[in-house]
Design a protein around this ligand. Sequence first.
Ligand code: ZN
Length: 243
Amino acid sequence: MLPDLERLIALQKLDTTADAARRTLAEEPERERAFAARLDEASQRVAAAKAQLAENQNARRGIEKDVAVHQGRLSKFREQAMAVKTNIEYHAIQKEIAHAQAEIKTHEDRMLERMLEADDLTAAVKKAEADLAAEQKAVDGDRKAMTAEHAELQASLEQIAAERTGIVDALDKQTLAIFELVSKRRNGVALAEARDGICTICHVRLRPQVFNNVRRNEELIQCDSCNRILYFVAAPAAAAQNP
Ligand SMILES: [Zn+2]
């Protein structure tokens, strides 16, 4: 193979790897926002559960006050009952007593409901807090993994830059200029494998004579359609025939 073609293939491989690394690094702020959103959502569920429990406690305090009011009235009526002089008065006060007792019963029933509800709400707060703790742990793990990946990608980019310099220095300047130009115009991909007579990237069929020349890998040939520098990878024929 033409040494410069071999260098270009290596160069393209480095550029493609570096592009992928830079894209992954560029996604980090977006990933960090997603981590924060997960924690925020879990925190909001804790806050909502706590608000429901607080609302229940307020309601219970309200009911306790109502019960106290009716109990106060009941004591007052019972005192009055001792002092009544007529049957009519007695029946009237008994009616008030029965009414107050019924009110107390109603409020006590409501209180019981609210207390049962409080058990569920307390459990819901605990569950939401446990979920938040689990999410925090998961996010911590994901952040740690992202930090480790970041360091790896940075190291890989530095290594690529060093290797790239070595290859670029060895390359013919004109060849490098063609590579850089096509790379710039073709989204960072300046090379294309030719296979079965076709440019595998733009899918244009090459003229048979051109493909024959590409197969030899002994000169720089650009695809007529996408301008990428073509190369040929010999199929592992022996391996394919005798698997
Ligand atoms: Zn092409």
